[in-house]
Design a protein around this ligand. Structure first.
Ligand SMILES: NC(=O)c1ccc[n+]([C@@H]2O[C@H](COP(=O)([O-])OP(=O)(O)OC[C@H]3O[C@@H](n4cnc5c(N)ncnc54)[C@H](OP(=O)(O)O)[C@@H]3O)[C@@H](O)[C@H]2O)c1
Length: 434
C-alpha cells in the first residue's frame, strides 16, 4: 500500500471514544499538510461505534461513512487500513483478524489485546504481507517501540524499565506533595480525569504489565506472557511511607522492570520501588511516563513524556498510519523480532535488592527483637531502624531497612512476620533501587 497524489490510503476507524475522536480530528487537521509536504495521501472513509448517532461529527467531512456495523469496516473492500481503538479483547481481536485476513493493514493502541495475543497477530500480519502498527499501545505519545524496533538493533538491551502508568504516578507524587492518604488522592485523580471510575487495572499493576510485556518482547525478542510478570499495586502505601522515604533521601515510584540476568532469565515485575530523590525517575511527576533502556554498549537512555490522553496517543496512531501508508508492510516485524524465543522468568532467588520494610503495630515490648530474630533466621540483615515520633501507641509506624536480600528469603521471613499478632496493617516491603 503506497500512497501517492492519485490514490489516497482509505482509513476505517473502529472505536470513536477518547483516542478515536482525537485521532480523527488530528487526521482531518493534518491531511492537507501530510499530502503537500510529506507526499502521503490519507482519507477517513468510515467510522464505526455503537450508538453512532450520538457520535457523528460533521467536521470530519461529508465523505465519511458512519456505522454501527464494526465488521463491515473491518472487511470493506473500499478501506485499505483499519485503525482499531475500541480496547478490550473481543470484539477487537476478531475485527483485527478479519481486517488482516482481507489484506488490510491495521493500527491499534490496544495494549491488553497485544499483551495477550500480539505474537499471533504479528504472525498473521506477516503471513498476509500487511502492516500492524502498535506504537500507541505503550506510553502514549512516547515513540519507544519504534526506538526499540530500529534504533536499538545495534546494541544488546540488558534492561528496560520505567513509569508506565500515569494514574499511579499522579497518585504517588500527589501523596508525596500533600501528605494526603491514598483514597483522597485517588478521588481527586478521578475528578481530574487521571483515573478511571474503576481504577483497578491501573492501580493494581495490570495496565503497566500489559505495556511491559510488549516492551520486553521488543527489547529481548522473548515471548513474554502477561502472567509471567509479577504485579503489586500502590494501594497499600500510607502517608508515613513518604515521610520515611524522604528521611532516606528516596521517593516511591511505581516501576515496571524487565531485566536480563546472567542466567538468561528475565526479571519481570511491576511494583513500587523507592528510588533516589536525585534520580531522573524521581523528576517524572504527575501523569507523565518515562522509559529507561539500558544497552550493553550504549548505556542508559531515558524517554519521557505524556504517556496517555487522547492527543498524545493519537499522534502515535497517526505516525503508524503514515509509516504504513508510505511503505506498505514495514520491513521490521511489529514486535521487533520475527521469531520470539520462549521467555524463562527469573526465580524469586534471583531478585536481590536492599529492602525497606514498614510496620504499623500496637506498641508493646520485644517487637524489634521478634522481627530481628525472624529476619536473621531467613538470612536477612537489618541495616537500620527508623521511628519518627508518633503519639498514637495503638498504631505506631516504624521502618527497617535491610541489606541486599533475595526476594525468596524475604518472602519466607514475611510469611512468619505476618503471623505475629501486633500488626495493625500488614507489613509493606519495597525494594530500594539505585
Ligand atoms: N485513553 C488513553 O489515554 C489511551 C492511551 C494509550 C492507549 N489507549 C488504548 O486505546 C484504546 C481506546 O481507548 P480509549 O481511552 O479511547 O477508550 P474509550 O474512550 O472507552 O473509547 C472506546 C470506544 O469504543 C467504543 N466501543 C467499545 N466497545 C465497543 C463495542 N463492543 N461495540 C461498539 N463500540 C464499542 C466505545 O463506545 P461507547 O462510547 O459507547 O462506550 C468508545 O466510543 C484502548 O485499547 C486503550 O487501551 C488509550
Amino acid at each position: 500500500m503506497k500512497s501517492d497524489s492519485r490514490a489516497a490510503v482509505r482509513v476505517g476507524l473502529i472505536g470513536f471514544g477518547t483516542v478515536g475522536q482525537a485521532f480523527a480530528r488530528l487526521l482531518a487537521r493534518e491531511t492537507p499538510d501530510l499530502q503537500s509536504r510529506r507526499g502521503v495521501a490519507l482519507s477517513l472513509a468510515a467510522v464505526a461505534n455503537r450508538s453512532i448517532d450520538r457520535k457523528r461529527d460533521r467536521g470530519l467531512g461529508e465523505g465519511v461513512r458512519w456505522t454501527e456495523d464494526l465488521a463491515s469496516v473491518a472487511t470493506d473492500p473500499g478501506i485499505d487500513l483499519v485503525v482499531e481503538l475500541l480496547g478490550g479483547i473481543e470484539p477487537a481481536n476478531g475485527l483485527i483478524r478479519a481486517a488482516l485476513n482481507t489484506g488490510k493493514s491495521v493500527v491499534t493502541a490496544n495494549k491488553m489485546l497485544l499483551a495477550r495475543h500480539g505474537t499471533e497477530l504479528q504472525a498473521l500480519a506477516r503471513e498476509k504481507g500487511v502492516g500492524l502498527g502498535i506504537e500507541a499501545a505503550v506510553a502514549g505519545g512516547i515513540p519507544i517501540l519504534r526506538a526499540l524496533r530500529s534504533s536499538f538493533t545495534g546494541d544488546r538491551v540488558t534492561a528496560v524499565s520505567g513509569i508506565l502508568n500515569g494514574t499511579c504516578n499522579f497518585i504517588l507524587t500527589e501523596m508525596e506533595k500533600t501528605g494526603r492518604p491514598y483514597d483522597e488522592v485517588l478521588a481527586e485523580a478521578q475528578r481530574l480525569g487521571y483515573a478511571e471510575a474503576d481504577p483497578a487495572s491501573d492501580v493494581g499493576g495490570d495496565d503497566a504489565a500489559y505495556k511491559l510485556a510488549l516492551l520486553a518482547r521488543l527489547a529481548f525478542g522473548r515471548d513474554v506472557a502477561f502472567d509471567q510478570i509479577t504485579r503489586e499495586g500502590i494501594t497499600r502505601l500510607l502517608p508515613c511511607d513518604f515521610v520515611y522515604a524522604r528521611r532516606l533521601l528516596l521517593t516511591p515510584r511505581q516501576l515496571a522492570v524487565a531485566r536480563l540476568l546472567e542466567s538468561g532469565h528475565l526479571l519481570l515485575s511491576v511494583r513500587t520501588h523507592l528510588v533516589s530523590e536525585t534520580s531522573l525517575l524521581a523528576k517524572v511527576t504527575g501523569p507523565f511516563n518515562a522509559v529507561e533502556v539500558r544497552g550493553e554498549s550504549g548505556g542508559p537512555f531515558i524517554f519521557s513524556g505524556r504517556g496517555a490522553g487522547g492527543g498524545p496517543t493519537a499522534t502515535a496512531v497517526l505516525a503508524d498510519v503514515v509509516e504504513i501508508a508510505r511503505g506498505g508492510a514495514p520491513a521490521a516485524p511489529p514486535l521487533g523480532f520475527g521469531v520470539l524465543e520462549p521467555c524463562v522468568p527469573a526465580t524469586p532467588e534471583e531478585f536481590v535488592s536492599p529492602f525497606y520494610l514498614r510496620f504499623v503495630v500496637r506498641d508493646r515490648s520485644g517487637i524489634i527483637a521478634d522481627l530481628a530474630r525472624i529476619l536473621a533466621d531467613h538470612g536477612a540483615n537489618i541495616e537500620a531502624v527508623f521511628q519518627a515520633p508518633y503519639e498514637d501507641k495503638s498504631a505506631l509506624p516504624f521502618v527497617m531497612t535491610l541489606e541486599p536480600v533475595s526476594g525468596k528469603a524475604l518472602a519466607g521471613a514475611l510469611v512468619e512476620i505476618d503471623s505475629l499478632t501486633f500488626h495493625v496493617v500488614p507489613p509493606l516491603a519495597l525494594p530500594m533501587t539505585e
